[in-house]
Design a protein around this ligand. Sequence first.
Ligand code: HAM
Length: 425
Amino acid sequence: MAKQQFQSVRGTHDILPDEQPRFKQVTATFAALAEEAGYRKIDTPVLEDAGLFVRSVGGDTDIVEKEMYSFKDRSDNQLTLRPEPTAGVARAYIEHGMSSLPKPVKLYITGEMFRYDRPQAGRQRQFNQVGVEVFGEAAPSIDAQVIILAYRYLRSLTMSGVTVQINSIGDEVCRPKYKKALVDYLKSRIDDLCPDCKRRLESNPLRVLDCKEPGCAKVVEGAPQIVDFLCKPCHAHFTGVLEYLDEFDVPYELNHLLVRGLDYYTRTVFEVYGAREGAQSALGGGGRYDGLIQELGGQATPAVGFGLGVERIIIELDFAKAPLPNKQPVKVFVASLGEPARLAGFKLLEQLLDGRVGAVGAIDKDGIAAQLGRADKLGAPYAIIIGQKEVFDKTVILRDMASGAQEMIPLNKIVEELQKRFAGA
Ligand code: HAM
């Protein structure tokens, strides 16, 4: 009977060797730009206590209600595969006493997230994010700095047409007043709302604002707007953020319906969109979360950050045929011909690798044409050919794969010669 063949779990993907250069470009460029701006990397575990997300993301959000991979381990701990990074980073900030570090504490992350979402293009059950979290600074300039970092990053990947949507959702002083006005209005139109929104009306009325159901969208058109309810400090903060963004010509749009799907936000919220037509979903999003550290048992600490979806960025870059960095780590292919050259070829290959000259070799019985064909496929700029005569003369033939030009080089000089040619490459 044929053995069962396994496939990757629905909504998860292998990142194959051919796809790695793009993946690396997207993650490494982010790491480089973040580090240049003074962010330091943090990795937190993929597994966290389920309660962490209930408390931070919010019990009646889609993420917690419908999308978490949660399970009991063998010791009866209720665990969750992280659906997002901010809660874990905030936990780590408190757990490791990072509040004693000089402020602001600027951290960046890259890594896998898990959401039981409906799989489709740009929506996976395991996906990657890159992002930053800044702790301990309340000034609007920091909000603008993180937004500009997201923008600079996408631009440096050669993405064009990036736009930012931005809103302020106030704080614990003004948001309750807005919520009340919103609920009063929505109640007057309750028959036109979808069942989900009827339910959310009490638990999480702001989410009605970004409901995609046409009936709800129509109701929302006439809803009161949060900007009209912002208290003085929130209003000043928001205009401050916009003023800084104007300084840098970030193309932003005010979107008073933008509320985001996570409960920890206060004041600034934003989403970043690419230019691709038909792309419904954001490349990334973020905002301020001044209450989260305290909510998780730490000292009150203002914070702001964002997360960008790596797979969505890749779709956008592939669609625009954005250039890939052309790094070829294999510099030379060692072709050995015939039995006498076998050991010499084997030894030279390892000597090249010892000398950090990227090399691949054929220690098998292929003829010269087949071996040079393999060198070509690999994209190696050079091939070294060793035959019986070369073993005898203690030389090798160095072949420039592009021009076909060949030169004779002493065997004991070849590693050094190639190191010289690739110095700085
Ligand atoms: P989020 O908007 O839930 O925010 O996710 C950020 C980004 O992750 C999304 O814009 C999207 O690009 C990507 N993403 C989300 N779900 C999926 C999925 N199922 N498949 C593929 N990509 C996805 C957060 O996670 C917040 N923690 C961001 C943040 C950091 N706010 C403050 N600090």
